[in-house]
Structure formats: structure tokens, C-alpha cells
Design a protein around this ligand. Sequence first.
Ligand SMILES: [Mg+2]
Length: 312
Amino acid sequence: MFIDEYISGVAPANGKILLVDDQVVNIKILHQLLQDDYDIYMARDGHQAIDMCKKVNPDLVLLDIEMPILNGFDVCAHLKSDPATKEIAVIFISGHFDEDKEVKGFNLGAVDFIHKPINPIITKARIRNQLTLKSQSDLLRSIALLDGLTGVANRRKFEQTLPVSWLQCCREQQPLTIILLDIDFFKLFNDTYGHTEGDNCLRKVAQTIQDTVNRPYDLVARYGGEEFVCVLPNTDLTGGTYVAQQIVDSIIALKITHEKSQISDYVTLSAGVATIVPVRNKDDKILIEAADKQLYLSKERGRNRVLGVQVP
Ligand SMILES: [Mg+2]
């Protein structure tokens, strides 16, 4: 059900295109050709191109090879080495046909080559084809990264996201917070009401967490059986603890009856929060371990509560 909803919610294959060329006249030609069909962004050099890719996350980059300082190959190599930009499709635009250059470009991960002077019809067709492929693979990737039962992200998505958020906060010297959440006495819940009700409970809890954590760059994922994790970039311990408390409060407010719970009439959550200002040479595992420890202490101290720590 969640997968179907997801598919029907996907936007049509319009797409965002970044045009990169050191010659304004070349950008103008492509802009005129494409502006009616796509959202167009522009960059005049390699560094600007990389910055734009991080900022607007285009579906496709039309990348001039011959540029001063950072050439098209360098830009492509950079995009493909960064998890945040490696899925962006790259089409090289080159001044003339050169087999060695094309080999090099494809080896770097480009999807196509277009030669100047461009033929408008062929160029449009190639771009449309690549954008269709891109939207299909985006869709497949998203489905592969969703938890089939609850509809939130799965563990794999979490494992992909954490290093990206880590690097991003590292660059910006911003705090990164994660929240680990675990449903209290969930085994007893399943034993009492059966696995179908258990699954319903997991869905409601997942949805409630998702509704509470709603900034676009935050992530909610199912971490394990009845465990969930939130990744909150640019969030300090105070902010993270506040969000965790909101989640814990909203779960008990759902009033999902749990007569075997030893602390409440209803299903409750325990939360462990950990915050760090990441540095490049540290492993992101320390953040998970710290949150896990806080979660353990929340359980020890009576459950249905939030404990947090700042990781030095
Ligand atoms: Mg050029």
C-alpha cells in the first residue's frame, strides 16, 4: 500500500538541468532550447558547477569539457566521488569528436556525449531519454530504500544517509543529532495481541514519528524490529532532545492499548539522543553507540522517556 502511494506521488519526469559552460553564448543556446520543458540552472566554471549540484541537486548536468581551472572531467570525477551528487546524470558537451576523450568521459561515469555545434532535435531527444532513465532509477532506488511494512526509510537508507549528513555537518561545522527509539515491551504486545496488531502498531508509531520529524533534510528510518532512528543535521542536543520528547509524548497520546505494559496502559517509546559536531577522521559509529547507550539508560530508568548526551 505504501509503495503504491509512493509511486502515485512521484512527480512527472520534468527534471532540473544544470548547464555548465565557460562561454555565455553556449549556455544561451542550450537555455533557449530547454527552458520551456525543464527547470534550468547555470554555472560558468567547475567550482560553481559543483556548488550548484550540492545546492539544487539537478537530475542532469550538461557539462562542457574545455573550461579553465577545473575542466569538465575534473567536475565529473568530483560529482561521482561524493555520495550526495553521484546519482546526478552527466552529459558531456565537447567541441569536436575525440574518441579518447569519450572513453575517458564514459569511464568517469558520464551517460552520453553531445558535440558542438549542437543539433537541437537530437540534443532534446538525448536529454529526454536520459531524464526518463534518471527518474526511473530514482524511483527504483527509493523503493529499495523503503521499509515495506511501515513506509518509512529502511536501515540501508539510514546507512547511506548518516555519512552524507556527517560530511555535510563536518563542512559546515554544525551539530548532527541522532535519536534512537524503541517501543517499550513490544514482545509482550505481540504475544498479547498477535503479529497483525503488532504490525499495525509499528505502522502507527512509524507514521507518528515521521509526522513529528518533518524538515526536508531530516530522516526517519526503521532501524530494526521495533527500533527507529532519526537523523537530524544542523540540530544541537537541546533541539534533538526536544524533538525526541515530542515523539515520545505523541506515541503515548495515540492511546494504543497495551495491557501487559509494566509502566502504562498504552504503548510507549523510549529514546536515546546523541549529538556531535562531526570531524572528518572520526567514525560515525561513535554517534550510534552513544545514542544506543542513552536508549539503554532510558529503559533502565523507567522507559517512556528521553535521555541525551553530547559526544565530545
Ligand atoms: Mg569551454
